[in-house]
Write a new protein. Structure first.
Length: 321
């Protein structure tokens, strides 16, 4: 593969194309300044305006959310994995029917494998524009987003209506639901009872990994972060590892399916049969299946990247093994 061909599989942080109308809360005060990015796969955007950078199926999706201080993402749920790591800033994640069952604050490099089936939201509590990167299970990312009822109700008050097919219609732009199409029904009280309300103590030990803990484990070999025998034990249809300067290898290797490299710190030189490229924090690289390659830091200083590769495990509810 030539460098020019490989460049089509690299999404540079500075080239990310945001969508400011991706979800139903795009006009709701407090959430109306967020930007959503679909980097690999179709994502879960409800807007036709969302730009997809790389459409090649990987068995999982890669996305991102950028938000200024005090901007939040409304309470929602997914049927497959939703994994976030903090690229920039300081973020508070909260969960539960009303967002008050538990919370955790994540710093740069920290990762959170949020359990499926619970309502969750997040907000930038830092002082500058922040960015979190996301991994969503499955090529169809679970078929979309499940919103807490109050989110749909608040959105309607500000002009946005979600159809039962999961598409957004903006009355501020003169849009109305097509004939025969109904609005997304609100979850009933009985249905809401099926959404767990775990406490902070229930969630943090098995679902949150701190950056410096992972770095210490990745001193000689990459730290297995998400997987059946990893720090965060789960089988979401993909595995996540953290590679550092100490655990990076010049040995060439390959995978039988596409893999993804996402630097957190430092600059990384990726070499493959046909060329080289340098990645910076926030860049995302899709490495083709069966392509021999390696990745090593290209400069001195702290260097770490997340490595994601799909597995044969089906995307679905959080594994209870």
């Amino acid at each position: 593969m030539t460098p020019q061909e490989m460049e089509t599989r690299i999404v540079r942080y500075g080239d990310l194309m945001p969508c400011k109308t991706a979800f139903i809360d795009a006009h709701t005060p407090g959430s109306d300044q967020k930007e959503n990015f679909t980097i690999i796969g179709g994502g879960v955007s409800e807007s036709p305006d969302q730009h997809v950078h790389i459409a090649i199926p990987h068995g999982f999706n890669i996305g991102a959310a950028g938000q200024p201080p005090k901007c939040r993402n409304s309470l929602h749920s997914h049927r497959t994995a939703e994994v976030f790591f903090v690229l920039k800033g300081r973020w508070r994640f909260f969960w539960g029917r009303w967002g008050d069952a538990g919370e955790v604050v994540l710093e740069e490099g920290d990762i959170f494998n949020i359990p499926t089936g619970i309502f969750r939201g997040f907000e930038n509590i830092g002082n500058d524009y922040g960015m979190i990167m996301a991994i969503l299970g499955g090529d169809d990312a679970g078929g979309g987003v499940i919103w807490a009822p109050q989110v749909i109700e608040d959105a309607a008050d500000h002009g946005l209506v979600l159809s039962e097919e999961g598409k957004l219609y903006d009355s501020k732009q003169g849009h109305t639901l097509p004939e025969g199409v109904k609005p997304m029904p609100l979850l009933t009280e009985d249905a809401l009872k099926s959404f767990p309300e775990p406490t902070t103590a229930d969630v943090i030990p098995g679902y949150v990994a701190r950056y410096w803990d992972m770095v210490s484990l990745a001193d000689k070999t990459p730290a297995s972060v998400i997987g059946a025998e990893a720090m965060l034990r789960d089988k979401p249809g993909f595995e996540v590892a953290l590679v550092t300067r100490g655990s990076a290898s010049t040995d060439m290797h390959q995978h039988d399916r596409p893999s993804v490299l996402m630097p957190v710190t430092g600059h990384w030189k990726v070499t493959w049969e046909g060329g080289t490229a340098t990645l910076a924090p926030g860049d995302t690289m899709s490495v083709p299946e069966n392509l021999m390659h390696n990745a090593v830091p290209s400069m001195t200083g702290d260097a770490a990247l997340y490595h994601i590769v799909g597995t044969d495990d089906p995307a679905g509810a959080t594994w209870q093994g």
